[in-house]
Design a protein around this ligand. Structure first.
Ligand SMILES: [Zn+2]
Length: 422
């Protein structure tokens, strides 16, 4: 039994925002009330702190099986807890890819050993071949929560349509990484800085928004739900908004790095600022923030992509893998670049980091209420922290190391258990 005393309890589902106490027992929230005193209970003094639903991240790469020198499910879970996350969804670009029931079961067995809730998608096409759909029904029955070929965009519109139809039939949805290889140059470098500084043809905007335009219109035609992953361009936000206004069932996420920084970060942080899609222009950064404000983008997801330092520290930056470790800076980036700047209220930030992503997948998560799950994040929203290179993640490939950010996670509680304490 646990009592969280005197915190600012914020629930984005109901809009509740009051200083009060929370009683937790046997994995559930038993009571939320102005004053709760239980002699036998452990007490957390949350005076001056925010008590929020455990954060939910629907886009993480935990690299198990196959690339556990970068991260494994255990260290990924520790990184999630340190970042205030109690539920995450793994992407399927492991080695082997999560394309069959056997691999999925192996991953979910490993995930079940961890103290936070770890879910997984399966691939849309077999081993990312872009051609043959996996057995959606069997994979759903075995515990997949959705489907994505994240990392390898689907070039065939025929396959996209078939995948949407199959997903719709099974009452699920597909998530898409949108960068058309046929329209793209070197990944990870936005086209402007790629040309001006690196003298290469970089990752173009049109590769992203043209593919989104195709897929949201297929979604409109099939009436299937499609989720657009980590959009980064101004035009992408407009295209998603257009499709939503048509009545298409389209949702979208943005990664914290895309609302926080621009392509210039590559000049100071090198390969740690290299990611797919790349950091873009200030006008794009402004546009994704406007998308969050208007609701066109309903979810913030990290795209947590750990890599080993040796892989990132190569002489030729174009050869370094794309992606950054993200779970342990996500909340701080939201507080610093969205809440402190007055773009979103703290409640709106929490909605996009807990309630909305949970709702997308119908998870029993992302809200605080009596009889609800005891998945809770307690943090100091006013604290200043300088990001250092000591992460719970195996990887430290963050372009935010050395930066002063707002917010410090104090406790993460999952299923009523304290899984992280600072
Ligand atoms: Zn991706």
């Amino acid at each position: 039994m646990l009592v969280i005393k005197n915190g600012r309890v914020m629930d984005p589902k109901s809009g509740w925002d009051q200083v009060c106490d929370v009683l937790v027992d046997e994995g559930k929230i038993i009571q939320i009330a102005p004053q709760i005193d239980k002699d036998e209970a452990q007490v957390i003094d949350a005076t001056g702190l925010v008590v929020a639903p455990g954060l939910v991240d629907i886009h993480v790469h935990f690299r198990e099986p196959g690339q556990t020198h970068k991260e494994d499910i255990h260290t990924g879970a520790l990184a999630a807890a340190a970042g205030g996350f109690t539920t995450v969804v793994m992407m399927a670009n492991t080695n082997p890819t999560i394309s069959d029931v056997e691999t999925l079961e192996e991953v979910l067995q490993s995930a079940a050993k961890e103290k936070i809730n770890i879910k997984s998608v399966a691939t849309i096409t077999k081993n990312f071949n872009g051609q043959d759909l996996t057995d959606f029904k069997a994979l759903l029955d075995a515990g997949a929560v959705g489907f994505s070929d994240d990392g390898i965009p689907l070039e065939s519109s025929k396959v996209v349509k078939e995948a949407m139809e199959e997903a719709k039939k099974l009452n699920t949805f597909i998530s898409l990484h949108e960068e058309d290889p046929g329209l793209n140059g070197t990944l990870g470098f936005n086209e402007n800085i790629a040309k001006e500084h690196f003298h290469i043809c970089g990752a173009t905007g049109v590769a992203e928004y043209a593919m989104i335009a195709r897929d949201v219109m297929i979604a409109n035609a099939t009436k299937a739900h499609v989720h657009i992953q980590h959009l980064s361009k101004e035009e992408s936000v407009k295209v998603v908004e257009f499709a939503q206004n048509l009545g298409a069932n389209v949702t979208a996420e943005v990664a914290p790095q895309h609302f926080s920084k621009t392509e210039a970060l590559l000049l100071t942080k090198g390969s740690n600022a290299k990611m797919n899609p790349p950091l873009r222009l200030e006008s794009d950064r402004r546009a994704v923030i406007e998308g969050l404000k208007s609701g066109v983008i309903s979810v913030i997801a990290t795209d947590h992509a750990p890599h080993h330092a040796d892989e990132k520290n190569v002489e030729d930056i174009t050869k370094a893998p794309s992606g950054m470790t993200g779970l342990e800076t996500s909340l701080s980036l939201g507080l610093t670049y969205l809440v402190e700047t007055g773009e979103l209220s703290l409640m709106q930030l929490l909605e996009k980091m807990s309630y909305n992503p949970a709702k997308l997948y119908n998870f029993e998560a992302g809200y605080l209420s009596e009889n609800g799950p005891a998945d809770i994040t307690i943090f100091d929203d006013k604290a200043d922290r300088i990001v250092d290179s000591h992460f719970a993640s195996k990887a430290a490939n963050s372009p935010f190391i050395g930066e002063s950010l707002k917010g410090q996670v104090k406790y993460t509680i999952c299923n009523g258990q304290i899984v992280y304490k600072n």
